[in-house]
Design a protein around this ligand. Sequence first.
Ligand code: FRU
Length: 476
Amino acid sequence: MVKSPMKKDVYRKNFEERQDWYQKAQKDSFRLKYHIQPPMGWLNDPNGLCQKDGVYHIYFQYCPFYPELGSIFWGHMTTKDFLHYEEHEPALYSDTKWDCNGPYSGSAYQENGMIYFFYTGNVRYEGDYNYVTDGREQNTILVTSEDGFAFSGKQLLMKNEDYPADMSRHVRDPQVFRENDRYFMIQGARSIQDEGSILLFESEDLIHWSYKLRFQPGKPFGYMWECPNYLKIGERKFLFTCPQGVPRDDYEFANVYQCGWFSLDYDFKGEDYRLGEFHSLDRGFDFYAPQVFQDEAGRWILLGWMAIPDSGYEEPTLAGGWIHALTIPRELYVNEAGLLCQRPLKELEGLRKTAVKGTLREGLNRETSPCFELKILMDKAAGEFALKLRESAVLTYRDGVLRLDVTGCGSGRTVRRLKVEELWKLQIFSDTSSLEIFVNDGADVFTTRVYDSMEDLRISLEAVELFGDWEYYSFE
Ligand code: FRU
């Protein structure tokens, strides 16, 4: 994507001139009904997620005039209930010398009524550079806000020279948190030896930061880690990140870039820490750069980018003037096996319009509109089945393998598989052009875009040895 600077007044002028484009995007037939999507143009990572005085602020990497003009902004939406969203003017622009090629991803930290946004100011030099070890600045920038709408001036906190000497020019996506009465910041990184890691910095005042250590597994795992997140549920600590450059291993790491979590054993004092195994957060085709935050009720909520960079799929929405979306909001919890799981946020029950329920013994075969939720709860672990979900998306379970086939409607997406020894629950969210399939209460999830004709949408189940109940909710 081309990146050129754009200040607020230039954005406004361009936006005014492109009202027809905006209207076209709003009316596209693949437009999602209950997901965050760009008002027009391009969207990628969720940024700065927070809740302030009851209002959830969702910022995102936003390139409204893509592909015509490549400037990136922090787009901005708010919601009080995750059912109704309000669209706002972009929050951050590329208007300083520290972020002139885009305010890249970052996150929010709140204290004493103030929101502190930390993000990466991207600067890309013109010239003959490789842009890995040269030609690029990755500046760590702070802006503050009391309400999520009005922002302070930008303050440069760290630049290339402040990162460890063996880092390439790829250090970005800060997240800040507090432990042991001190502030910590993590950043995604690529070293000059092409090893991905999460860098940890510490501070006493949120302004002055010093490097402490890097989180890395025993052996190298990819060349770059993007978008790190730290979270703590009870006493369990976790690190999320998006490693790039991990080779495919049979069913594992099937996408071009990965996204997952490690459990973290660390007291944020000395140098000793232990990372658990890497667990992929998603098994579908379209999930990357998730961000987590704790809301005012203490829930850990995740929103992800429903796409993967460089995936090479065709995106039919581009003809409609827009591309990509965020996932539905999901609440994180730790299950009995100690796994970090995702379940759809409770608020989404508010989408349900009509309900139909039945038993699996009686079967399941019905027409559907594109926007629905389907829950299948099995009395005992599932035997074999094939579940057709829309026009041509099919989920099958056989020999302990759950297989999603979207070849017929995936615009280049084909098949993904997951080993599931005991399958007892499925919860499926379908929107106009997306599917999110929660397996065993979110121990695994398949997230994917689908582009079927929407003319002959049907849910049908063929099963051997499947006992339990289903619930279908239409959202329209
Ligand atoms: C992840 C990412 C981030 C970066 C942003 C730029 O998708 O590459 O690392 O900050 O997107 O848009």
